[in-house]
Design a protein around this ligand. Structure first.
Ligand code: AMP
Ligand code: ZN
Length: 471
């Protein structure tokens, strides 16, 4: 039985979807105004693992992720600039160009980290009509009021506002006052009220704006996710994910407006991933303390080593990024690849598991089903490779485990470990620069690691030596 921590109840609960075997699943996607960093990557590896665990458990996952390409303001609340317009100004491009460029970059990152792309990707700007319709419903039911700045949701009209946070309205209000560098929006009835539709101020021409019954403007950030989730997946969904920063504002407001509109439960299970830190501070664009996947590749680390690193810490625990830990992960992953190569060379074949191996598989399943305890699952992986099962059992188990881990085990027979790739690349560069001394040095390094080295027109080709290569 799959057990998941539900932020709504602050408990680990048995997960059963509303309409098995279907699971409806929505993940808040990125705001595409700048490069994604490895902090974002941690959140998307977590939501990918969840999808894979659901599939392992036999469910059919229907998953949506949005791309926020309008409406997310710099304050997460209703003040400040639209992040997209800010990005466009910074780069002297249109918002549409900015959105396309960073959306493409985001998907490249997902691919490098072996993150499955959700079946449906919703761009906020493609669902403006649905957002306006949702605001109309809320208006008709008396949950909104209009001020100069836009149409606002009146949180005073609902009794359970903020239930996701486990805090009272008063506590939330205090937190909001303390937490925001607020310019308070004039005319707001309650501090926690939030914009559903922002009106373009008089005399201003925005790059992104649409006509609406209330005037030209653009949707609030929160209404985007509610409208797209309900449109594609229905009024009540099984699972919704995001980072923990979404709990007090974004997801709280999504719940308020969705449930006010439909009188139905919006989400059954909310799961939130903890943040990635660096030197004790949250990795973020605004702090400037971030690395991109491209930065780790520049240092010759494999993106899959980063994925491995994320799996070593439970998703609900904060994690501090260090190069040392990434290095250790790369070594661990290379070791696992070596084990797999060794078993392939021993003639291992994927097949039916022995009784002993089935027991090991159960242990792995128990770990992943226990609120995605991937660190425990990795421990089972290491027990497996170090244990006494047959080569075929070990190989079969690793391939099955990898449907959840996503560490590229099934590509092993064709792929060469990242540290070797790095040596090959260096050698090719040395040869291009006619630095033959360096090229020879790298050749002997590769040979010491038990690879046969051939010079070809497409560069260095290496072949692992056949005698149980221990590189
Ligand atoms: P954004 O593009 O800012 O809307 O963020 C996209 C997702 O990445 C959200 O779910 C955030 O919670 C998450 N995120 C942002 N920074 C971090 C971080 N340092 N660690 C983990 N997740 C993060
Ligand atoms: Zn969202």
């Amino acid at each position: 039985m799959l057990r998941l921590y539900n932020t709504l109840t602050r408990k680990i609960e048995n997960f059963v979807p509303l309409n098995p075997p279907l699971v409806t699943y929505y993940s808040c996607g990125p705001t595409v105004y700048d490069f994604a960093h490895i902090g974002h990557a941690r959140t998307y590896v977590f939501s990918d693992i969840l999808q894979r665990v659901l599939e392992w458990s036999g469910y059919k996952v229907k998953r949506v992720m949005n791309i926020t390409d309008v409406g997310h303001l710099t304050s997460d609340s209703d003040t400040g600039e639209d992040k997209m317009e800010k990005g466009a100004k910074r780069e002297g491009k249109t918002v549409w160009d900015i959105a396309k460029f960073y959306t493409d970059d985001f998907f490249v990152m997902l691919q490098k980290l072996n993150i499955k792309t959700p079946q449906t990707i919703c761009k906020a700007t493609d669902y403006i009509k649905e957002m306006i319709d949702l605001v109309k419903v809320l208006e008709k039911k008396g949950f909104t009021y209009t001020i100069e700045d836009g149409v606002y949701f009146d949180t005073g009209k609902i009794s359970d506002y903020g239930k996701l946070t486990g805090k009272s309205k008063e506590e939330l209000e205090k937190g909001q006052k303390a937490g925001f560098r607020v310019e308070i929006v004039p005319g707001k009835r309650n501090p926690m009220d939030f914009a559903l539709w922002k009106l373009t101020p008089k005399g201003v021409k925005r790059q992104m704006e649409w006509d609406s019954p209330w005037g030209k403007g653009f949707p609030g950030w929160h209404i985007e996710c509610s409208a797209m989730s309900m449109k594609v997946l229905g009024p009540t969904i099984d699972i919704h994910t995001g980072g923990v920063d979404h709990i007090p504002i974004h997801h709280t407001n999504e719940i308020a407006q969705s449930e006010a509109a439909t009188d139905k439960k919006f989400v059954r299970f909310f799961l939130h991933g903890e943040h990635l830190f660096v030197d004790g501070e949250k990795m973020s664009k605004s702090r400037g303390n971030f690395y991109r996947v491209a930065d780790i590749e520049k240092k010759e680390y494999s993106p899959l080593a980063l994925r491995y690193l994320f799996l070593t810490v439970h998703y609900r625990t904060q994690m501090n990024f260090t190069w040392k830990s990434l290095n250790a992960s790369q070594t661990a992953l290379t070791n696992l690849y070596d084990h797999i190569r060794k078993h392939i060379q021993n003639g291992a074949k994927e097949g039916k598991l022995s009784k002993e191996a089935q027991k090991v598989k159960k242990e792995f399943e128990e770990a992943i089903s226990s609120d995605l305890s991937l660190p425990l699952a990795l421990a089972v992986v290491w027990d497996t490779v170090k244990g006494r099962l047959s080569s075929s059992d070990i190989y079969t188990l690793l391939l099955q485990f990898d449907t959840v881990l996503g560490l590229g085990f099934s590509d092993i027979h064709v792929s060469i470990a990242p540290d070797i790739q790095a040596l090959i690349l260096k050698r090719d560069e040395a040869r291009r620069n006619k630095n033959f001394q360096e090229a020879d040095k790298l050749r002997s390094m590769l040979e010491k690691k038990r690879f046969a080295v051939n010079d070809t027109s497409v560069g260095t080709i290496v072949i692992p030596r056949n005698n149980n290569a221990k590189r």
